[in-house]
Design a binder for this molecule. Structure first.
Ligand code: DX5
Ligand code: ZN
Length: 222
């Protein structure tokens, strides 16, 4: 069976000494490895993203899916040159005056990500509306819909965010829709039905007794 839904495990809270064996266990089911980069400004939390990225890149073969939760993505992209996806937050390129996209800044970031051959991802926080993306859908390979407030793993999915996925599909978006935060085997099918095709999971995978089974359950495969 061809399964078009992809899984991107978030290794944020995983013991560094165990991460490789865990990822090996679910190798058949994962398409990317999700790296959360937090600068302590865009979100309160801070991660050593570069270090985690380099270490993962050195050991793992899967493409890396870099989620930049940083106020200045343009300055950070150079650190993630060989990533499969580089995602920045839309909120970082909105004008404070009219809350519209600062097109010049937006295009500069996109150009830089593309110059490294990575897919361009744009993330939106739970309270950011999808309609802001209407004129730029064609420029984006991945839209990351945050299903929790960014900053921490292990939170509960905010159900009001789920409809954003179907809204994006109704707006005609054909690219990858990634959902991130609080995803588990109980809510993944709804996300998939609404049109998400790349699911991030941290806690539901790595805190489970049987990681392989959890990966299958989240993807809804036998
Ligand atoms: C939250 C991060 C997520 C998170 C996912 O800010 O973007 O990637 O680590 O972890 P779980 O699945 O535990 O919510
Ligand atoms: Zn993330």
């Amino acid at each position: 069976m061809v399964n078009k839904v992809m899984l991107s495990p978030s290794i944020l809270n995983v013991d560094r000494l165990k991460v490789h064996s865990y990822l090996t266990e679910i190798n058949d089911y994962i398409s990317y490895i999700h790296i959360d980069v937090m600068d302590g400004r865009f979100v309160r939390n801070k991660t050593d993203g570069i270090d985690m990225y380099k270490e993962t890149k050195r050991i793992e073969k899967k493409p890396l899916d870099v989620h930049l939760m940083v106020v200045d993505p343009l300055c950070e992209i150079d650190n993630y040159k060989d990533a499969g996806i580089i995602t920045f937050h839309l909120e970082t390129v909105l004008n404070t005056t009219d809350m519209k996209i600062n097109t010049m800044e937006f295009e500069r970031i996109i150009k830089k990500i593309k110059s490294y051959g990575a897919k361009v991802g744009v993330a939106i926080k739970p309270r950011t509306t999808v309609s802001l993306l209407i004129n730029v859908l064609k420029d984006i390979d991945v839209i990351l819909v945050m299903t929790v407030e960014p900053g921490y793993g292990g939170q509960q999915l905010i159900t009001s965010t789920i409809d954003k996925i179907s809204s994006l599909r109704k707006m005609g978006y054909k690219g990858i829709i990634e959902a991130d935060g609080g995803i588990n085997k109980y809510n993944s099918s709804e996300l998939i039905n609404k049109g998400a095709n790349l699911l991030v999971a941290g806690t539901a995978l790595f805190d489970s007794y049987d990681i392989r089974q959890s990966a299958k359950d989240i993807l809804g495969i036998e």
